[in-house]
Each structure stands twice: as structure tokens, then as C-alpha cells.
Design a protein around this ligand. Structure first.
Ligand SMILES: Nc1ncnc2c1ncn2[C@@H]1O[C@H](COP(=O)(O)OP(=O)(O)OP(=O)(O)O)[C@@H](O)[C@H]1O
Length: 408
């Protein structure tokens, strides 16, 4: 017997709690969309404008992650297109597009199945877009997902790009009815920091997707866990406990689905025939850690540095990370590293960044009175401070400048 026979034997699902684990894959589209009735109605109302000869130039679909924005909007638009011949919808995910040229090309690809070479430039791609849209039904909705990536383009101004898409010559000349729906975490104008010229051509139409509450998550999860687990492998009380915790912590359907899958895997690892509260609690902590680290990796460099400063002190005896700290301690920690002048952060900049971090929910602050020494601001992370240290390596890997400012 080779070692692989043993390996596969050992990891084979014996008495698994799962009946159909794929039901807990957040990428798998559910048969029905539940708990988003208000949003489905709003979207349908907007689309029905077609019957009156009007679609808004833009619609901002916004809300926190995992609240069903993409799923619901795509589904409602697709169902409408299936019923109305003069209407078409195209969905474009721009997550890989860090330049406006590549974003325009990706849109072109969705419409025509082809991309243009770089030598054609942005003008060439826009011309091709209008050409393609001429062959489209009278009304077209372009759904743009994860558009915030294009803010990174230093060659073009995103506002310009948007202005062209909404008011471009080619579009006006050919009288093309294009409605651009942007899916993102924030309102379109906030997310893209559009200038006043673009702001004046946005339609102010928006559909907000709030985090799911307990009832919402229960509705989303119930049909999935029903399929995913064997009879009796997820007791009602354990299900209710997981739903409440997920609603309290995130209100995010994707994370909630993942939580139940991981809890099931923990039960299998431990040879249990049912998922327990402990299986859920353990994974709640792990999912929380992953979510925080993911958030830390998205932070601008100085914000991340200040967090490194906030968690950069150890308590002498125990060696654990000292919390809370003062603004003075943070600046002190940051200036200890050998940092080139252009990266210096003064006390005032640190204070501003701490305020930002507080708004983002990453730190908490309060004022402590120290008698004759006056009042001192105390700062600590709202999560396990060790997670900042765990984020340092992955942050450094993705940031060319981080090595210059690393606090040693
Ligand atoms: N109302 C719902 N009914 C059924 N499943 C849902 C619902 N909402 C979300 N889900 C599940 O959660 C996953 C994530 O949803 P979706 O991609 O629509 O979120 P999102 O709000 O667009 O998130 P992000 O901002 O992170 O892109 C979906 O693929 C689906 O599995």
C-alpha cells in the first residue's frame, strides 16, 4: 500500500454530515432569490421605464459585500430581457481592469466577443463600442461590477471615462439609449469621486442593499442547509445560533454560507455526526480573522503603517501586544524605523489617520484623565491586534513602497 492509499483513506468522508456540500458554495447561483423583495421591486420599476420610453442614464446599486447586489440585479435584468425584445442587458466585471483602456476593452468584449489592441487607444475602443451598440436593441443596460479598480489608472481621469460613456459624441450622434448601472460598495459618485461635470449627468437613481438581518439570512440559508446537510446533522438550535451570529457580525450572505460549510467540515474532522455550536464558534472566529485581514490589505499605505504603530508595542513581561496606546507612542514607534523623508508622518497626520481608522471601525479611542499630566487619548484596535502583524507580510508583498517604511 502506498502512502497515498493511506492518505486518501484517512481523508475520505466517512459518516459525513454533508449530503450535498455544493449547496454551500457561495458561487453557485441559488434557484430563488429571497429576502430582497424591496430591491427587486425597485429594479423592476426602473426597468419598466422602457414601456414609457425612459431609462435613467445611470443607476447606482450599492451596499456592503455579500448583500446580493450582483445576484439580484443580474437576475432581475435577465428576466426582463427574456420578456422584452427591445431590451438587452450586458454584465461586465471589471475586477481585473486596472486601466481605463482595459475597462473599455472589457466592455467591448462583452458586447462583441473581441478586444482591440493597445495601439487603437481609448478613442478606438469607444468608437467600436458605439458601433456595436448600434446593432443592439433599442434599450440596453450595461451592468458594471467592481468598477472602483479603474481609480488606479494614473493615465486617464475616471471622470472623463464616465463622461464619455454617458455623454460621448459617438453616443449622442447615433442616439443610443444606454443605461449604465454600477454595482459597488458605495454610491457611484462617492465611490468614483466623479467631478461636477459628470455629477450633473448622473441620474441620482440608486438602489441600496442593506446588510441582511436575522430573518433575511435565515431565508437565504434555510434552503441551502436543507440540501447541504443530512437529516439531523444540523440541529435547529445550532442553525439558529449560526444565523444570529452571522447577522450580528456581518449581515453578509457569502460569509454566512461559508461559515456553515466550514462548521460542517469541522464536525467531519472531529468525527461528529452533527454540527455543534462549538464547530460554529470556532469558525466564526476564523472567518472574522480572514475578513479583518482582507480589510487591512485594502488599506492605503499610511493607514496600514499607523495600525502597525498602534500594535507595535509589547508589554514587557508577558510579551503580548500592548493595548491601548497613545498618539505619542504611535508616532514614536513609526519614527524609530529608518524611513525616507517623504514618508515621514507627523503627530497631526497620525491623529487624522486614527480618526479615519475609527470611522472604518478598525480602532476605538477614548480620553483618559491622567491628573496633572492632563487628558490623553487612548487608542486600541477593535480586533485581535496580532492580526495586524499577520497582515504585514502579505501587505508587503503587494505594496512596492512598504519595504521603505517597514517598522522593524
Ligand atoms: N437574496 C439571496 N438569496 C440567495 N442567495 C443569496 C442572496 N444574497 C446573496 N446570496 C448568496 O451570496 C452570494 C454573494 O452575493 P452577491 O455576489 O450578489 O453579493 P454582492 O452584494 O454583489 O457582494 P460584493 O459587493 O462582495 O460583490 C451569492 O452568490 C449567493 O450565493
Amino acid at each position: 500500500m502506498s502512502k497515498y492509499d493511506d492518505l486518501f483513506d484517512e481523508t475520505a468522508p466517512g459518516d459525513s454530515v454533508f449530503a450535498d456540500k455544493a449547496a454551500l458554495d457561495p458561487l453557485a447561483a441559488p434557484a430563488d432569490i429571497v429576502a430582497r423583495d424591496t430591491q427587486e421591486r425597485q429594479l423592476a420599476g426602473l426597468l419598466n421605464g422602457v414601456h414609457e420610453g425612459y431609462l435613467p442614464s445611470t443607476v447606482s446599486i450599492y451596499g456592503p459585500p455579500g448583500t446580493g447586489k450582483t445576484l439580484t440585479t443580474r437576475r432581475v435584468c435577465r428576466e426582463f430581457a427574456a420578456r422584452i425584445d427591445e431590451f438587452a442587458v450586458e454584465y461586465v466585471n471589471l475586477k481585473e481592469c486596472t486601466t481605463l483602456f482595459s475597462a473599455a476593452n472589457e466592455i467591448l468584449f462583452a458586447l462583441t466577443g473581441e478586444k482591440l489592441g493597445a495601439y487603437e487607444g481609448l478613442d478606438g475602443v469607444f468608437d467600436a463600442l458605439w458601433d456595436a451598440l448600434e446593432g443592439y436593441p433599442a434599450w440596453t443596460v450595461l451592468l458594471l461590477d467592481e468598477i472602483d479598480r479603474i481609480l488606479q489608472d494614473s493615465n486617464y481621469d475616471p471622470s472623463d471615462f464616465f463622461y464619455r460613456l454617458l455623454r460621448g459624441e459617438g453616443r449622442l450622434q447615433r442616439d443610443i439609449n444606454l443605461s449604465v448601472w454600477v454595482i459597488s460598495n458605495e454610491l457611484l459618485e462617492v465611490d468614483l469621486r466623479v467631478d461636477s461635470r459628470v455629477n450633473s449627468v448622473l441620474s441620482n437613481e440608486s438602489v441600496f442593499f442593506p446588510p441582511y438581518d436575522r430573518a433575511g439570512l435565515r431565508a437565504v440559508l434555510a434552503p441551502r442547509v436543507d440540501r447541504a446537510f443530512r437529516d439531523g446533522a444540523l440541529p435547529d438550535a445550532v442553525f439558529a445560533h449560526g444565523v444570529s451570529a452571522a447577522a450580528r457580525q456581518w449581515g453578509d450572505a457569502r460569509k454566512a454560507v461559508t461559515l456553515f460549510r466550514q462548521a460542517g467540515e469541522t464536525a467531519v474532522d472531529r468525527g461528529l455526526d452533527a454540527v455543534t455550536r462549538a464547530c460554529l464558534d470556532e469558525n466564526l472566529a476564523a472567518t472574522e480573522r480572514e475578513a479583518v485581514i482582507e480589510k487591512l490589505l485594502q488599506l492605503p499605505l499610511n493607514h496600514f503603517r499607523v495600525l502597525v504603530g498602534i500594535t507595535g508595542w509589547s508589554d514587557g513581561e508577558s510579551g503580548t501586544i500592548k493595548q491601548p496606546v497613545t498618539t505619542g507612542e504611535i508616532t514614536d514607534r513609526l519614527t524609530r524605523a529608518r524611513v525616507p523623508a517623504e514618508f515621514h508622518l507627523g503627530a497631526r497626520a497620525v491623529r487624522d489617520i486614527v480618526t479615519d481608522l475609527e470611522t472604518m471601525g478598525l480602532v476605538e479611542t477614548w480620553i483618559e484623565s491622567r491628573g496633572r499630566d492632563g487628558r490623553v487619548k487612548q487608542i486600541e484596535t477593535t480586533f485581535e491586534p496580532q492580526w495586524v502583524r499577520e497582515a504585514i507580510d502579505p501587505y508587503a508583498e503587494q505594496s512596492a513602497e512598504f519595504d521603505d517604511v517597514l517598522v522593524d
